[in-house]
Write a protein that binds this ligand. Structure first.
Ligand SMILES: Nc1ncnc2c1ncn2[C@@H]1O[C@H](COP(=O)(O)OP(=O)(O)OP(=O)(O)O)[C@@H](O)[C@H]1O
Length: 411
């Protein structure tokens, strides 16, 4: 198990990671998510003893990495696939790593087979594609047959077959009881691979929960309902009936209705009672991407502000009208990319603040832990922190978090 307690890392004036506490358990794939620059790689480097925390600590199986007996046999990692001596053959590269750790040479050929590089084992890695480099990095991580594995963006540059292979590999490693901690920006892939998520924003913990809970706490499922287009009054009648029954009804661009807060059978019954015919009644489940975008939208540091097509557009002659924009399904609607929270007053952005509290999975809190006495560089006068930040109970909406919508310098 990997355990971080009050982990903080500063680079000069820059706080890359702040007071991060979490556990990564064996037997599951734990996804590590966060926007660019949120501190994922820094956290992974501290786990691997490549960077020293400014305060707090992180241990693997109870030991800081540098104190782990025979660490390469216990922990394998892929941090930067390009960190390879390009002039060396793939096999020689792995052989060097194996010899440094007392791993027998036959294991090198084994892992080359596992990652599918056996045919290019004698080729210099500087000629490798991005995907081949990733495979070589994964081979290096597997070399010591470790119980704990860390992968920073392992599917970066892999083709669909490679992505599927990595997904199955991660799951298989976890199924063998290993601890698998993997970062990725590919939400669709993470949704298929990870069992549990740790999400950070600007170096701080935003969520530590199962994928299922993460999606349900940060997005809302809804039903799409369509009435006959030829009879608009039916749509009005149904909207009134659903609203009266406590549903939230939003018009979709194609004329359908998006209904939240009512189960499908109830919608069907209400339509029947109102004598409204339905052409469509379908369930829509929120995706991990929607939930993630919703949770992290206030913690994104790097966002394009410029319409990249602007410079390509020709100026219109005086008096001319621009051509009509083709509608994009759902775009501009409330909930596009950021569906409403599951319950009014939910606190999907709640982050740990205030008094030390119980850690995830009932781990002890961090009173007196190194780092907790630090001044939070992001702190603003904030109301009561939730008792269990990642899974905030319904409460009157309140900004329990620092204002992450402002750039750090402006706070
Ligand atoms: N050695 C360093 N010196 C100074 N600042 C650093 C250093 N390493 C990281 N940082 C800063 O710390 C912050 C976190 O960086 P980090 O690379 O950990 O983020 P990340 O979540 O891995 O980002 P990405 O998703 O883009 O890979 C960034 O603002 C980065 O500029």
């Amino acid at each position: 198990m990997i355990e971080a307690v009050g982990l903080t890392k500063r680079y000069g004036a820059k706080t890359a990671v702040y007071n991060l506490s979490f556990q990564v358990r064996p037997g599951a794939v734990t996804g590590f998510l966060g926007p660019n620059g949120s501190g994922k790689s820094t956290t992974m480097r501290m786990i691997l003893g490549l960077d020293n925390p400014t305060s707090g600590q992180v241990t693997i199986g109870g030991f800081p990495y540098r104190k782990l007996p025979n660490a390469p046999r216990q922990v394998g990692a892929l941090l930067d696939a390009k960190a390879v001596h390009g002039g060396r053959h793939a096999r020689n590269h792995l052989l060097c790593l194996a010899q440094l750790s007392g791993i027998p040479a036959r294991r090198v050929d084994e892992v080359l087979g596992v990652v599918g590089l056996q045919d290019v084992a004698k080729k210099r890695s500087k000629g490798f594609s991005l995907g081949m480099g990733q495979r070589l990095g994964i081979a290096a991580a597997l070399l010591g047959d470790p119980q704990v594995l860390l992968f920073d963006e392992p599917v970066n540059g892999l083709d669909p077959e490679g992505i599927l292979w990595v997904r199955n590999l991660m799951k298989a490693l976890a199924a063998e009881g290993r601890t698998v901690f993997v970062s990725s920006h590919l939400m669709s892939e993470m949704a298929l691979t990870a069992d549990h998520l740790i999400v950070i924003g600007r170096g701080q913990l935003l969520a530590d929960q199962s994928i299922k809970d993460f999606i349900s706490h940060n997005s809302a499922d809804f039903a799409r309902v369509r009435t006959p287009e030829t009879e608009p009054q039916q749509r009005e009648k149904l909207t009134a009936a659903l609203t009266e029954a406590g549903g939230q009804v939003l018009p979709e661009q194609d004329g359908a209705l998006r209904v939240m807060g009512l189960p499908l059978p109830r919608i069907s019954d209400l339509a029947h009672s109102a004598d409204v015919r339905l052409w469509e009644l379908s369930p829509h489940q929120a995706s991990l991407e929607e939930a993630y975008m919703r949770m992290t939208q206030g913690a994104v540091d790097y966002r394009s502000t410029i319409d990249q097509k602007a410079g390509l557009q020709q100026e219109l002659p005086p008096g001319a009208m621009p051509p009509p924009q083709l509608p994009v399904a759902g775009q501009g609607q409330p909930g596009w990319y950021a569906p409403p929270p599951p319950q009014q007053g939910g606190q999907p952005f709640a982050m740990p603040q205030g008094a030390p509290q119980a850690g995830p999975y009932g781990a002890p809190g961090t009173p007196g832990a190194p780092g907790t006495a630090d001044v939070n560089p992001y702190a603003q006068p904030a109301p009561q922190a939730p008792a269990q930040p990642p899974v905030a109970p319904p409460a009157p909406a309140a900004p329990a978090t620092p204002d992450l919508t402002k750039p750090e310098d402006a706070r």
